[in-house]
Ligand binder design. Structure first.
Ligand code: HEC
Length: 116
């Protein structure tokens, strides 16, 4: 069991810089998520309702090395994903969302506060 845990930890590149996003504001990101309804499909810590189950829970997302199991979890990749996931992965069930670049950056900043 211990060796499995060590193997999993080895996948996370500890040399990566912290995921700070210049000029982004996590509180604005939370408001934007409530406005466009991310919680219709996701459990999101900080959003009480509706906690939908179509997509994965975003609890602890900051600690995840991958987005959708396919893309590296980096700010620039996450912002693209939030705006237009189907453009990155044609078979994904995550829809394109009506977000500006600035809103997506704010949301990414919020998601990177979700560690465990
Ligand atoms: C119609 C349902 C739906 C809506 C609305 C939606 N998502 Fe998703 N989301 C999904 C699904 C389904 C996946 C899994 C996609 C995959 O793995 O291809 C996903 C994946 C994700 C992921 C990657 C999670 C992981 O663990 O890899 C993030 C982050 C995310 N969504 C954030 C958001 C945010 C933020 C919003 C609002 C701006 C949003 N989603 C709106 C359905 C949705």
């Amino acid at each position: 069991m211990l060796s499995v845990a060590l193997l999993l930890c080895a996948c996370v590149d500890k040399t990566e810089p912290p995921r700070t996003i210049m000029g982004a504001d996590a509180e604005r990101g939370l408001a934007a998520m409530q406005r466009v309804g991310c919680a219709a499909c996701h459990v999101i810590p900080g959003v009480r309702w509706p906690a939908g189950l179509t997509g994965p829970s975003l609890r602890g997302f900051s600690d995840s090395p991958m987005i959708g199991g396919r893309f590296p979890n980096r700010p620039d990749v996450l912002v693209d994903w939030l705006i237009d996931a189907p453009a990155m992965s044609s078979e994904t069930a995550m829809p394109a969302m009506p977000l500006t670049q600035a809103e997506a950056r704010d949301i990414a900043a919020y998601l990177y506060t979700l560690d465990e």
